[in-house]
Design a protein around this ligand. Structure first.
Ligand code: ASN
Ligand code: ZN
Ligand code: CA
Length: 344
């Protein structure tokens, strides 16, 4: 059989109609992208375990999605391939963001693609990256609290766990764990902005597309004022490392918002933000592109598995020094934004 790359499109759940690079194998198209390291998306068929002769392991095999005419999905959950369109699109935008903005060739930096499993389990309210399979797993959500977890910022968040694992390898507990989680929120947000998708516009909210009315608020997390989720820390304190890593991340998410946008009230793409500082200062923003450049360089050059908040301040200042010089407005903004969240 001949195998060739083809250009198709898909109707996603959250991102409208998106272009997809696929693979024609014989007479059927596969949801597999040879232009991005062979990244593909498969159906986990609502399973979580693989059982053979009564012995089960916690592993869900997936079957690559195929399509007859290379027009994928319907934009509705009634078609199993709609969520697959979002997942494949999420890997595409994450791949392109890291490659085109940071010069990183794939999650591991070796040009190798990853793969996605959608429809994992039943009513599964999570999504996760797994280093051992180099793959993403997405639940469908329970429909009450969460819908399918395949939105762009979630995809960027989870795959950034793979980037962190291959670089700083921040230990997933204590302050380094909060920095690991914040790295995923920051880069996942920058992936969402990079995609520039009219149906899922850039914002500083995490998971705004996947929450449902039973969740009781508009997003999982809020970068301008992390405490809006009821749990996250806005400001560093000596006990912040005792929080769950998804809450101790608040300090760095808050730093990132302040560095990009500055303190105070602001409306962006129709979303209202109001970011306070912890020390009464007011700080000015240097924009998202410089935030991304500084954080990525800090992550890949200066942070290590044991970096804590004080170390993150030093790492980002070193990155800003390399990129813009000591005493540059960018360098000074990094120092001011960390001070504004009580780090330094
Ligand atoms: N969605 C969660 C996260 O990325 C799952 C996990 O891997 N802990 O933090
Ligand atoms: Zn995470
Ligand atoms: Ca978002």
């Amino acid at each position: 059989d001949s195998v060739e790359t083809a250009t198709g499109d898909g109707q996603s759940l959250y991102s409208g109609t998106v272009p997809l690079e696929t693979t024609l194998s014989g007479s059927a198209y596969q949801l597999k992208d040879a232009t991005r390291g062979g990244t593909y998306t498969g159906d986990a068929a609502n399973k979580t375990d693989l059982c053979i002769l009564g012995i089960c392991i916690s592993w869900a095999p997936s079957t690559v999605f195929t399509d007859a005419d290379n027009h994928w999905g319907t934009g509705a959950t009634s078609d199993r391939s709609s969520a697959a369109v979002d997942a494949q699109y999420g890997t595409n935008e994450t791949w392109d963001y890291y490659k085109n903005v940071h010069g990183r060739n794939g999650i591991a930096g070796d040009g190798k693609g990853s793969y996605n499993r959608v429809h994992y389990g039943n009513s599964y309210n999570n999504a996760f990256w797994d280093d051992s399979c180099f793959c993403m797993t997405y639940g469908d959500g329970d429909g009450t609290q969460l819908g399918p977890l395949v939105a762009l910022d979630v995809a960027g968040h989870e795959m950034t766990h793979g980037v962190t694992s291959k670089t700083a390898a921040l230990t997933y507990s204590g302050e380094s764990g909060g920095l690991n989680e914040a790295t995923s929120d920051i880069m996942g947000t920058l992936v969402e902005w990079y995609a520039n998708n009219a149906s899922d516009q850039g914002d500083y909210l995490i998971g705004e597309k996947i929450v449902r009315s039973g969740f009781g608020r508009s997003a999982l997390r809020y970068m301008d004022k992390p405490s809006k989720d009821g749990n996250s820390a806005d400001c560093w304190s000596s006990t912040v490392g005792n929080l769950d890593v998804h809450y101790s991340s608040g300090v760095a998410n808050h730093f990132a918002y302040l560095l990009a946008e500055g303190s105070g009230a602001k409306t962006i793409n129709g979303v209202d933000y109001n970011s306070p500082t912890c020390n009464g200062s007011s700080v000015g923003g240097i924009g998202r592109d410089k935030l991304g450049a500084i954080w990525y360089r800090a992550l890949t050059v200066y942070m290590t598995s044991s970096t804590n908040y004080a170390g993150a301040r030093t790492a980002t200042l070193s990155a800003a020094k390399d990129l813009y010089g000591v005493g540059s407005s960018e360098y000074n903004a990094v120092a001011a934004a960390w001070s504004a969240v009580n780090v330094g």
